[in-house]
Design a protein. Structure first.
Length: 338
């Protein structure tokens, strides 16, 4: 299991030969409290391997412990920040007599805004290419609108949700939604008919329908804007204070969970390395005990005098300073060491 730097020194036949030789010479002396040189060499050989294992583990643990403590401090800071926001959220819920009301989940809201921005980009690219500008300018102008229109819809929808009475906002959105969708469907129909007519005609009639095309493109951009507005409207609670506290709680809770996961991962690595190191060192010292026991057994067999008092004591190993294991709730707690 372990790689021995001096196999010949720790070989069983060598141990037996040294035990026999020292036993015939009554080494160590009958009243000696000092171990024989060969026994000391066996212990030193084992402790050399122990130090190699210990130093390697120390380097690994020294890298992880500062990261663990930094995550621990970050988690404590997040818990401190969460407490007043949570109290504010619970107090506002009691004042309103209800929980937060968000029909459209925030995850889908963000995905929809991104999707609208991506869809807006090619639509505006087609329009700006008609200007005859350089290609990179076309992309700059198209990307600007692709970002601006959905974001404007997002902020205006949020403002409407918080500034208007709940019923009035619902009525307004309910009236404008069919109008925007109907205008977009009509514009798509105009574009489709224009394309079909241009394919069937020898001349190019598109130039004669510039007004219709302009209206169609305007209606499609309006649909993108209104889609962002409606999604933002329904992705927030009508009460601004409750909505703000709820958003802050979600953000901090996600951040705290991420820190907890990292803390758990690093803590698991730390504890695993400590346990593995202790296990390896215990195995090395157990093997050293076996070798010392074999040496003493052979030594006593060939002695003419009584064995020394040192043979009645187990081998003594230097005490190691063990690292504290960490608890997975984020606290550094000392555990029983070996």
């Amino acid at each position: 299991m372990f790689k021995h730097t001096a196999v010949h020194f720790t070989d069983e036949s060598r141990i037996q030969a040294e035990g026999q030789k020292d036993g015939e010479k009554n080494i160590p002396q009958m009243g000696s409290y000092v171990s024989a040189q060969f026994e000391q060499a066996l212990i030193a050989n084992g402790e050399q391997q122990v130090q190699q294992i210990y130093e390697k583990a120390s380097q690994f643990i020294a890298k992880l412990q500062p990261i663990f403590r930094a995550c621990q401090e970050q988690l404590e800071e997040l818990n401190v920040r969460l407490k007043p926001i949570s109290e504010l959220y619970e107090a506002r819920k009691k004042e309103l007599g209800r929980d937060v009301a968000i029909p459209f989940p925030s995850v889908y809201h963000v995905l929809l805004i991104l999707f609208l921005g991506i869809g807006e980009f090619p639509l505006n690219t087609v329009v700006f290419r008609l200007f005859g500008e350089a290609e990179y300018l076309t992309y700059v102008m198209s990307s600007t609108l692709a970002v601006t229109i959905p974001l404007l819809g997002l902020f205006i929808g949020l403002n409407l949700r918080h500034s208007m009475p709940r019923n009035a906002g619902n009525i307004l959105i309910g009236l404008l939604t069919p109008a925007a969708v109907g205008a977009a469907l009509f514009s798509i129909s105009v574009l489709r008919n224009t394309y079909i007519f241009s394919q069937s005609s020898a001349t190019n009639p598109v130039s004669a329908n510039q007004d219709s095309l302009a209206y169609a493109l305007f209606a499609l951009n309006l649909l993108v804007f209104f889609g962002a507005l409606v999604s933002s409207f329904f992705a927030h609670d009508p009460d601004e204070r409750l909505d703000s506290a709820h958003s802050s709680l979600l953000f901090l809770d996600r951040k705290r969970n991420a820190v907890r996961e990292r803390l758990f991962k690093i803590g698991t690595q730390l504890n695993g390395e400590i346990k593995k190191t202790k296990s390896q060192i215990d195995q090395v010292r157990a093997l050293t005990n076996e070798r010392v026991a074999l040496y003493r057994q052979i030594n006593m067999r060939f002695r003419s005098l009584l064995p020394p008092p040192t043979f009645r004591k187990p081998p003594e190993f230097p005490e190691l300073k063990w690292w504290p294991e960490v608890s997975l709730n984020g606290d550094m707690e000392p555990r029983d060491g070996a």
